[in-house]
Design a binder for this molecule. Structure first.
Ligand code: PMT
Length: 221
């Protein structure tokens, strides 16, 4: 039963894509719909938590009773997540599909077509998940891993490298699951164990994840 496993806890969740501007009319982004993150926010709320949802641009409404903070870029996402965590946070869940790179500069005016080829210099974006997990006294931090090959290997590597308490791996190469779909199938890894959930609706997977997080928090005292 969901009710109460996160009662009195403050949960911050990132969701959706980011948009990295190229010029006033163009950007780099990805196919994240926000559905997984919004389902997580609703499930955390149903489990009794106070929820802040830090979201990139999506086309779905925020769940009732959840505090929505909207962002555009990866840099915005880091800023908004850091302030939300500063305000108090027991659990941080990063389900957003953040652009790893952004154009080095955003042109002031629309870029005109001229040559047959053009090169767009990109620079690394800050990593919100690693930044929050690397704090002194971090919240219980849960990352996602969207992989297409060697899902387990890359997920376990991220768990250790980013110092996470849990990582939720989804194989985003399976048609009908992952990005921009109603359903997902995940394997959750933590240092001492793992659990596979789904294929199931994102809502059902989110409920199971929040139960699991609640159990781990309780065990950690
Ligand atoms: O939004 P939907 O359409 O419902 O799709 C859901 C989803 C497939 C996007 C979601 O389930 C998912 O897998 N989200 C993570 C996507 C991702 O970008 O994974 P990654 O392996 O590149 O990143 C690893 C982790 O670091 C993620 O928790 C990500 O939020 C975080 N990260 C990554 C880069 C960065 N600059 N900042 C971050 O916080």
């Amino acid at each position: 039963d969901q009710a109460g496993v996160l009662a009195g806890r403050r949960v911050v969740i990132t969701a959706g894509p980011t948009r990295e501007p190229i010029d006033p009319v163009r950007y780099i982004s990805n196919h994240s719909s926000g559905k997984m993150g919004y389902a997580l926010a609703a499930a955390a709320r149903d489990a009794g938590a106070d929820v802040v949802l830090v979201s990139g641009p999506v086309n779905i409404p925020a769940p009732a009773g959840v505090e929505l903070r909207t962002v555009e870029t990866a840099e915005d996402m880091l800023r908004a997540s850091s302030s939300a965590v500063d305000e108090g946070c027991d659990v941080f869940v990063a389900s957003a599909a953040v652009a790893d790179y952004r154009p080095e500069t955003c042109a002031d005016d629309k870029i005109k077509k001229s040559t047959e080829q053009m090169t767009l210099p990109l620079v690394r974006n800050p990593d919100t998940l690693a930044t929050i997990a690397g704090r002194d006294n971090p919240p219980f931090t849960v990352g996602f891993a969207a992989e297409t090959v060697d899902v387990e290997k890359y997920a376990l590597d991220k768990l250790q490298r980013k110092k996470l308490r849990m990582i939720v791996a989804n194989d985003v190469s399976v048609p009908g699951l992952g990005f921009n779909s109603e359903n997902n199938a995940v394997t959750v890894f933590w240092p001492e164990g793992r659990e596979s959930i789904g294929p199931d609706s994102k809502q059902r997977i989110a409920e199971r994840l929040m139960l699991l997080i609640g159990k781990h928090l309780e065990a950690a005292g």
